[in-house]
Each structure stands twice: as structure tokens, then as C-alpha cells.
Design a binder for this molecule. Structure first.
Ligand code: FA5
Ligand code: MG
Length: 429
């Protein structure tokens, strides 16, 4: 009772999330700050570098896997709620009850039963159960973690599952089987329990041939993916790993600026999970990757916090209309922006095509110099009666070393107005 009274600011009896109510208990540890990230969905935001990385990966999988008619084999789930049960996040994935990843100090718990997902793998069993065999899951994940330029309590993952049926896997070799003889038609044994002895080659229930085939396909596809993102000369390596839900398991590392960086975890799915989902006579691979690491390397973004920036100086540097183009991030000043608009009528004798926005950009650059951070044409119309053309530009001013005063900005802005009148005979509106 006393601790309740003393910490009324953090302890609430009922937690409201997405119109659902959850009773708090001794596990609840969500903070208002963490809750403020829910629903931001920056990985879906237009021109956001995380969204661009997401689209690159999905596009790669669509191209890599399609049926003879050209329809993509994978379906994408990118709007599943990050609120999951601890069963989904852990138990369904064979993560033992005492596993360190369940610690209160590492997860954001809503209460003992619900939490913010710590990985996108939390949805794997449900999607398999619903009958899907090839799918991608994209979303925000939450982990209590250290604070530095590469760690943030919210980051984004892409998870994937691919399940192949015996007949497809061995279509050229009908004599081969996915399961060892003694495990066929034996539900309990087919589980291939191996908690104590982790064999990096395979689960007991699988044949070597089946594992080697699926391992080969998985490694090829994932190496192809990183090369599609970073270019063919990229150096990579596979490192043996352990996950309770895959066996054998690996991490894929890429060589960047003299260091090996882990970018994903992957492996052959534990047969017990497929059994639980009602998937028979099949073998599959799964992986999970972090979008931030890939985007930070590709776009040279130095700090993970920048992904959360609402500053248009950051966001305007990226453009998803050309996914192949590589944008290199340029540092943004920490001083505030100041946006001013300017609208004007073009002289009647000047056709709209004769006035290029680039002319205006140059004029702004000449007068304002580097403190003009962005100039965008945001409105353009022709008066229905007079036929006159109007243009409206927004200019964002910002100094790299100090805060600009409104007076200073107004002066520069009005000089730009005067200059455009002089040069093009426009009428300021
Ligand atoms: C997992 O989350 C597993 N669910 C991945 C998996 C899925 C394995 C399916 C097998 C089958 P891990 O905790 O290592 O594994 O995270 C996966 C990836 O997320 C990492 O390789 C990394 O790219 C990214 N990641 C992990 N922690 C962080 C972090 N604090 N900040 C940014 N990215 C991170
Ligand atoms: Mg890892």
C-alpha cells in the first residue's frame, strides 16, 4: 500500500492502450515516454528511410519468389498490433519459462499476461495456424536497453517464414523425405525435442538432405538480399547462433567500416512449432532482421534517434519515388527552423512553363545563402477568370550555428520578395 501511495505517478490501476483496458500488476513497467511511440508508425511513413528499407526488402522477396503467373508468394503483415501476450512473444516460440529474455528488466510489460512485443517473431505461430506458408511481418518492437547512438528502446524488425512441403522440396527426387524414418507418423517423436543437446547440424527428426536443401535456399536468398541492398562487393559471413525457435541457427554479419555488424538471426524452424500450427510433412526457414542497422549503414545515418525526428530537414533528404537511388544523410543543425511562405502572381504575358522553380531556388540561394535549408513549391494554380498564374513557395530558414531571430528572417524574406518582383515582374499576393 505504501509503495502504491508513494509512486502514484508510475502506478496506474488500469492501462488504456488502443481502446483496450489492461489491469496493471507487479509486472507493469510501461512509461508515458514509451507509450508515446505507439502508433507513430515511422516505418510506414512516406519518404522515411526506415520505410524505404522496408520497401526494398519486400520488393526483393516479391521478385525472388513468385508463382508462374508472376504473383508474389509472400504476403506481408505490417499492421499487426505491437501489443501481444507473453504466450505469443515467448511460449509459442518454445522460449523456456526461466529464459533471461523474459526478464522484467529487458521487456516492456503491460502486466503479467501482456507486453509490447520484443520481436516480430511473436506473430509467427498465429500466422502459420491461419494457414499461411510464406509471409513477412514488419513492425515496431520494444526492448529495455542501453542508450547510445545505436540503441533505442523502440526499433523495427522484418521477420519472415517460408514453409516448403515435402512434395515441393523433393520434386526432382521423390525418394527423399523430410523426416527420418523413426519419426514419421510419430507425433511425439516428430517434435524432435532437443533442449539439452543443441546439434548445430539438424534437429533429430529431420533428414540431412532436407536440412541442407532448406539451409542452402535460405542462405542464398539472404545473401542475395544484402547484396541487392549494398552491392555485390559486400563482404558477409555466417556465424553459428542459438534461438529456441530455430535449429540449426545462424547470424548473418556484414563487414562495414572495418567491423563485422550482425544484421539478422535465422534458422531452420523447430518442427515442434510447425506441428503445433497444424503444418504437416513440411520444413521451413525463418529469420528476423533489424531495419535501423541496415538503414544507418546504407544512408550513413549516424544516430538511431534521428529516425524519430519530426524535423523536415531530416525527412526531406529522402525520396522513396526512386528506391534505387542512394541518399547520403547530411547533418541537420540543432537550431530551430523558421518557415515563411511567399505567394505571387506571374505577369500575364509570362506563361507558367517559362518560370521554372529552379529559377526561384537560385534567387533564394543568392540572397539567403546557406541559411535557406529547403525551398518547396507547394501550390500552383491558374485563376479561372483572369487566367493569371499563381505560385506559392515555402522557404525554411535555419542557421547551422545559432538561432535566427524573426527580425533577421523577415528581412531576408522581404529581400527575396523584392528581388523576384524586380527580376520577373511578379505581383506579391
Ligand atoms: C531476434 O529478435 C529473433 N526473433 C530473430 C529471429 C527470427 C531468429 C526468426 C530466427 C528466426 P535478435 O534479438 O538477435 O533476434 O534481433 C534480430 C535483429 O534485430 C538483430 O540482428 C539486429 O539487426 C536487430 N536488433 C536487435 N537488437 C537491436 C537494437 N537494440 N537496436 C537495433 N537493432 C537491433
Ligand atoms: Mg542477436
Amino acid at each position: 500500500v505504501f509503495s502504491r501511495l508513494l509512486s502514484t505517478q508510475t502506478v496506474q490501476n488500469v492501462i488504456n492502450l488502443n481502446n483496450n483496458k489492461y489491469e496493471s500488476d507487479d509486472y507493469s513497467n510501461l512509461t508515458p515516454k514509451i507509450m508515446s511511440y505507439l502508433g507513430r508508425n515511422i516505418y510506414l511513413q512516406k519518404n522515411h528511410p526506415l520505410s524505404m528499407m522496408r520497401q526494398k526488402i519486400i520488393k526483393y522477396f516479391y521478385q525472388e519468389y513468385s508463382n508462374p503467373k508472376g504473383t508474389p508468394l509472400f504476403s506481408v503483415y505490417d499492421r499487426l498490433s505491437p501489443v501481444v501476450s507473453t504466450k505469443q512473444n515467448f511460449d509459442y516460440l518454445l522460449i523456456p519459462p526461466n529464459h533471461p529474455s523474459r526478464a522484467k528488466s529487458d521487456c516492456y510489460y503491460i502486466n503479467r499476461e501482456y507486453m509490447l512485443r520484443g520481436h516480430c517473431t511473436a506473430h509467427q505461430l498465429d500466422l502459420l495456424r491461419s494457414g499461411l506458408d510464406n509471409f513477412l511481418i514488419v513492425g515496431d518492437v520494444y526492448r529495455r536497453d542501453e542508450i547510445d547512438s545505436t540503441h533505442f528502446p523502440v526499433f523495427h524488425q522484418v521477420d519472415a517464414v517460408r514453409v516448403v512441403h515435402n512434395d515441393k522440396l523433393f520434386k526432382n527426387n521423390p525418394d527423399l523425405e523430410i523426416f527420418e524414418k523413426e519419426f514419421v507418423n510419430n507425433d511425439i517423436a516428430a517434435i524432435g525435442s532437443s533442449d539439452k543437446c543443441i546439434d548445430q547440424v539438424k534437429q533429430p527428426c529431420h533428414t540431412v538432405e532436407a536440412v541442407k536443401l532448406i539451409e542452402h535456399e535460405m542462405k542464398n536468398v539472404l545473401e542475395g538480399m544484402v547484396k541487392a541492398i549494398f552491392g555485390k562487393t559486400l563482404k558477409h559471413r555466417w556465424v553459428d547462433a542459438f534461438f529456441p525457435f530455430t535449429q540449426p541457427s545462424w547470424e548473418l554479419e556484414i563487414f562495414h567500416k572495418g567491423k563485422w555488424v550482425e544484421i539478422l538471426g535465422a534458422g531452420v524452424m523447430r518442427n515442434q512449432i510447425l506441428k503445433r500450427a497444424g503444418v504437416d510433412n513440411s520444413i521451413g526457414y525463418a529469420f528476423g532482421l533489424g531495419l535501423e542497422r541496415l538503414a544507418m549503414i546504407l544512408y550513413e545515418i549516424p544516430d538511431i534517434r534521428l529516425f524519430w525526428s519530426k524535423d523536415s530537414g531530416f525527412l526531406n533528404q529522402f525520396d522513396e519515388s526512386d528506391l534505387k537511388k542512394i541518399f547520403k544523410y547530411k547533418p541537420v543543425s540543432q537550431y530551430p527552423q523558421c518557415a515563411n511562405d511567399i505567394s505571387f502572381w506571374l505577369p500575364t504575358e509570362l506563361p507558367i512553363e517559362a518560370f521554372s522553380p529552379n529559377d526561384f531556388y537560385d534567387l533564394v540561394r543568392n540572397i539567403a545563402g546557406d541559411i535557406a535549408e529547403q525551398v518547396t513549391l507547394y501550390d500552383k494554380f491558374t485563376h479561372p477568370k483572369t487566367g493569371r498564374n499563381s505560385l506559392c513557395f515555402r522557404i525554411v530558414y535555419r542557421h547551422m550555428e545559432r538561432t535566427l531571430t524573426q527580425k533577421e528572417v523577415n528581412e531576408i524574406h522581404s529581400n527575396i520578395g523584392k528581388s523576384i518582383v524586380d527580376k520577373y515582374g511578379v505581383t506579391i499576393r
